[in-house]
Design a protein around this ligand. Sequence first.
Ligand code: 6PG
Length: 510
Amino acid sequence: MTQDKILCDIGFIGLGVMGKNLVLNLADNGFNIAAFDLSDEKVQAVIAQDEVENTTGTPRVYGCSSYTELLSQLKAPHLIVLSVPAGAPVDQVCENLIGAGIQPDDIIIDTGNSLWLDTVAREEKYKSNFLLFSSAVSGGEVGARFGPSLMPSGSPYAWARVKPIWEAIAAKVDAKTGKPLERTEPGQVITEGEPCAAYIGPAGAGHYVKMVHNGIEYADMQIICEAYHVLKSGLNLSGDEIADIFSKWNDGPLDSYLMEISVEVLRHKSSDTDTPLVELILDKAGQKGTGLWTAMSSLEVGCPAPTIAQAVYARSISSFKELRTQASSLLTGPQQAPLTAAEQEEVIEQLHDAMYCAKICAYAQGFQLMKLAAKEHGWTLDFASIAKIWRAGCIIRAAFLQSIMNAYQQNENLDNLLLDAYFVKELNDRQLNWRKAICSATMQGVPIGALSSSLAYYDSMRSETLPANLLQAQRDFFGAHTFERIDKASGKKYHVQWSTKERETILVAS
Ligand code: 6PG
């Protein structure tokens, strides 16, 4: 198809895996795209792909070889989507667009995994040059192509322009069932259903929410990996046997995209050896930083999120392969007799409940973190809406997000999911099995940091009394940090001369 000069609806910069697929998704939904990448090969690749998939008879993607050409090929005011790595590349592109003549009423949408604080700073920095809008995207390659989950934030004026485009390309959910409406073929468009795109709030809010999504993603993945480890090393099951168990579980409350892909991964055999490929993969986990940011933010905000933090630590420990190899020949674990078939069945059932309970805790932590951060930063986050747009398209999509949505629809001020009646029952019904699964894995010597730290979180959250009384006494002992007394009016601070055995506490502040 020849590329006659026309003015396009959207400019697109960054044609890597996510960018290329977002371009094709936009094209399927009727938008013309002027596409640019520093690599001309990538520009040609997206045009070639569009030629294969395009059945309309007219080109939908126009290649550009410079920022200036990109601007000249767009309708004004310009709307430009960035899909470039987070950090310096975003600023580099912004500066280049300023150099190419971008105007103050033009809109740039950053779709990368930018640090939310960078987004806030950028909106301010570039406000006289153009309108920076941000919209985190989740869903990986397939999500980008056939319907991602989108977390837009920034200027409401920009959102009014972006909304119809975002709602068109987003994943859709059947309003009645809450189930994703599948879109799998190029050219296919879904116009009904609820789009997984909702305005999150002012600059930075969308990237914060996406960051927490990724923190939950880390926890979700780690929980599945620990269950795999128990089944593999504790029970000596094969990849196919574990896949069968996961597949069965994926029909119940654990139904999620991450379980689904884990089944596929476990069944995948290496082409050269016919062994499961997963067994040939080096056990050192990578990370790009969003899980770490979530854990750091939870510490800063003062929100307990141990399952998420533990998932980050688990990746760190995995990366010390040489150290672990050294320690493995020095440090002993428990000696356990192999389990009987009946015991194995019990462990498998208990493990299911442990995974589900830990998963509820991970989401409870993520949602509480968003709530506390929103308070700190003056955002009004709609948690039912966030759960709603995570039901399809994104990596953590899971059937039980419908229950999270219901919980926040019933009580928009819910402080923690652990207080919602539905989740209270789910946890109460399963907590005993959860404990048994932890005991059994511990006695097998299998590390289950996410499953067990979630249980400690659960037990802490349900404890009216914690040993922080002793901790306060210790602090007062060595640093005169004072304490409150439960038998006196709240807010009054006391100190005592511990080492002199002085029994009288002194009121030091009220
Ligand atoms: C998504 C993913 C996506 C990316 C992660 C990977 O929602 O589509 O979260 O953003 O795959 O950033 O992160 P790690 O490399 O840190 O695992």
